[in-house]
Each structure stands twice: as structure tokens, then as C-alpha cells.
Write a protein that binds this ligand. Structure first.
Ligand SMILES: Cc1cc2nc3c(=O)[nH]c(=O)nc-3n(C[C@H](O)[C@H](O)[C@H](O)COP(=O)(O)OP(=O)(O)OC[C@H]3O[C@@H](n4cnc5c(N)ncnc54)[C@H](O)[C@@H]3O)c2cc1C
Ligand code: FES
Length: 257
């Protein structure tokens, strides 16, 4: 993990209120991986806290993130131009790991939770794995990255809350509709807390024993394990976990959701 001054190479809207930013790294950066995140300072003096954003893609010289406009911080990010520089701490967190024996992988993403799922696809596609992707959006205006998912997934199911694109429903219900056909060895998911809670409840109700890992999105302060702003509860009364340092990826049974 290091703090770097990165240079914006691309910063464009890809859906309503959603932007893709690619920034150039000034030096070789070890440890970039799917499911990890970066902590960006918007650098205008008014927003002192960094904003955590998942890595959506990377190569030797650049990192791509996608972000939804939420408040002043992400709005300030959207105003950055090609050539502007930002302070960025990266890579942070633990990330998703596909084990050698896991061949069939289910990816469940809701809203901005699709971006870390895309990073898994980009990292492991072509390595003898099969991906079954279930991605959900609020409506058709929010739909993005469908071509990227489609190109790398064996099966792609897109759903929207209002049925204005794809089937009506959410990513979790789409996954359970296809679970028998997909027959995954492992499940990865990221999305709003109610979505992850529904996934956990349904897996338990159906007594599904497939390993499942989820990426949590808590509010964060330092992003490096020092301030405890991001703690969540470990399941079974086993104390707290720091989402930034111990996560953001946890086995679904490891934490309370
Ligand atoms: C590990 C991690 C990865 C993330 N990856 C992405 C990503 O890939 N793309 C993306 O768009 N967003 C992602 N987020 C959420 C993102 O960090 C927040 O949306 C962002 O910090 C909001 O900043 P802001 O200044 O625009 O909004 P603020 O003014 O700080 O807040 C505006 C609204 O956003 C909500 N918000 C703030 N922080 C979070 C948070 N951490 N999670 C959920 N809601 C929040 C607030 O409750 C408030 O309603 C991630 C968060 C974490 C912890
Ligand atoms: S954000 Fe400070 S400990 Fe996690």
C-alpha cells in the first residue's frame, strides 16, 4: 500500500450519475487485485476524508474505477479533467480470490456493487473458469458495463427493479432462479446491505453450502485500519472486524449483515 499522485487519463459518464475514471500510476505498484479498493482524496481542501472506491480494472500502468455521484466528494471527482492529478492510497483491503479447484463462479452484483464483480471477471476470465453473472440496477438509466460482462461471462442475467431493462427483479432473485443450472463452486457478491442480507438469509433457508464471499461497503475514515469508523460485527459474538483492513471481502458467515 502506498500513497501516489495519480494522473487522470479518462473520466467519462457511463450511465446516469455514474462515471468511469482511469488514472495513470506514476510507478510500478504491487498488489493490485480484484476486490481491493483505492482511497482517493478529491484534493480541494473542503473534503478532507478520502473516498474509498473499488478497483474495477487495472494493468501495469493504470487503474480504472467507476463511481456513482452521491455527495460532494464524488461530484468533485466527476469534475476532474484529463491531466489533473489526485492523491490516492492503494491498493487497500483483501480482495476476492478464486481457488484453483473453483471452476464455476457465480457473481452477484447490485448497483455500484457490479464494479468489483467486473474486476473478478477481468482477472480470472480465460483461466479455465466459467462465470455466471447476475447484475441488478435500479432502472435502464443505471445500466452499464453490460458488454464487458457479456464478453467474459458464460451466462449474464441483467435485471432492473422496475423491469425497464432485462427482467424485473433483483440480482439475488435472479441468482436463485439460475442456481441449479449454474451449479457454482463459489459465489461472490457485492451490493447494498439489504441485498447481501437477502442473499445470506436465502442461502441459509435453502441450506446451500456453497462457499460465498461478500464485499461490504461501510462508511470509512482512514481506510488503513486505524480509526475504527468502518467496524462491523463478526458473527457469533466474536467481536468486531474492520471492513477496510480485515475486509472488505468476508466469508458471508463470518460477519453480521
Ligand atoms: C470498500 C468500498 C468500495 C466502494 N466502491 C465503490 C465503487 O466502486 N463505486 C461507487 O460508486 N461507490 C463505492 N463505494 C461507496 C463510496 O465510497 C461512497 O459513495 C462515496 O465515498 C461517497 O462520497 P461522497 O462525498 O460523494 O458522498 P458523501 O457526501 O460522503 O455521502 C453522500 C451519501 O453517500 C452515502 N455514503 C457515503 N459513504 C458510503 C459508503 N462507504 N457506502 C455506501 N454509501 C456511502 C452517505 O450515507 C450519503 O447518503 C465504496 C465504498 C467502500 C467502503
Ligand atoms: S476506515 Fe479507519 S479503521 Fe477502517
Amino acid at each position: 500500500m502506498k500513497e501516489l499522485r495519480v494522473t487522470v487519463a479518462e473520466n467519462v459518464p457511463i450511465a446516469k450519475n455514474v462515471y468511469k475514471m482511469r488514472f495513470l500510476l506514476p510507478e510500478k505498484t504491487e498488489g493490485l487485485a480484484c476486490g481491493k479498493f483505492v482511497n482517493i482524496s478529491v484534493g480541494d481542501g473542503a473534503h478532507l476524508l478520502r473516498r474509498p472506491i473499488a478497483i474495477c480494472g487495472y494493468d501495469e500502468t493504470s487503474v480504472t474505477i467507476c463511481y456513482q455521484l452521491k455527495g460532494a466528494g464524488t461530484r468533485a471527482m466527476s469534475e476532474k479533467k484529463v491531466g489533473d492529478t489526485l492523491s490516492c492510497v492503494l491498493p487497500l483491503g483483501n480482495g476476492f480470490v478464486v481457488e484453483e479447484q473453483e471452476k464455476r463462479i457465480a457473481l452477484i452484483g447490485g448497483g455500484v456493487g457490479i464494479f468489483p464483480m467486473l474486476s473478478v471477471l477481468r482477472e480470472y476470465a480465460g483461466l479455465g473458469k466459467e462465470f455466471y453473472s447476475y447484475i441488478g440496477f435500479r432502472n435502464k438509466d443505471a445500466v452499464c458495463m453490460e458488454e464487458e460482462f457479456s464478453a467474459l461471462s458464460q451466462e449474464l442475467h441483467i435485471v432492473t427493479d422496475d423491469g425497464s431493462f432485462g427482467d424485473r427483479g433483483n440480482a439475488v432473485s435472479a441468482f436463485f432462479a439460475g442456481i441449479d443450472a449454474a451449479n457454482p463452486d463459489v459465489i461472490f457478491a457485492c451490493g447494498p446491505t439489504p441485498m447481501l442480507r437477502a442473499l445470506k438469509t436465502e442461502l441459509s433457508a435453502r441450506k446451500v453450502n456453497i462457499p460465498c464471499y461478500v464485499s461490504l461497503e461501510e462508511r470509512m475514515g482512514c481506510g488503513i485500519g486505524a480509526c475504527l469508523v468502518c467496524v462491523c460485527k463478526r458473527a457469533g459474538g466474536k467481536g468486531n472486524a474492520r471492513v477496510c483492513k480485515d475486509g472488505p471481502v468476508f466469508a458471508i458467515g463470518e460477519v453480521e449483515i
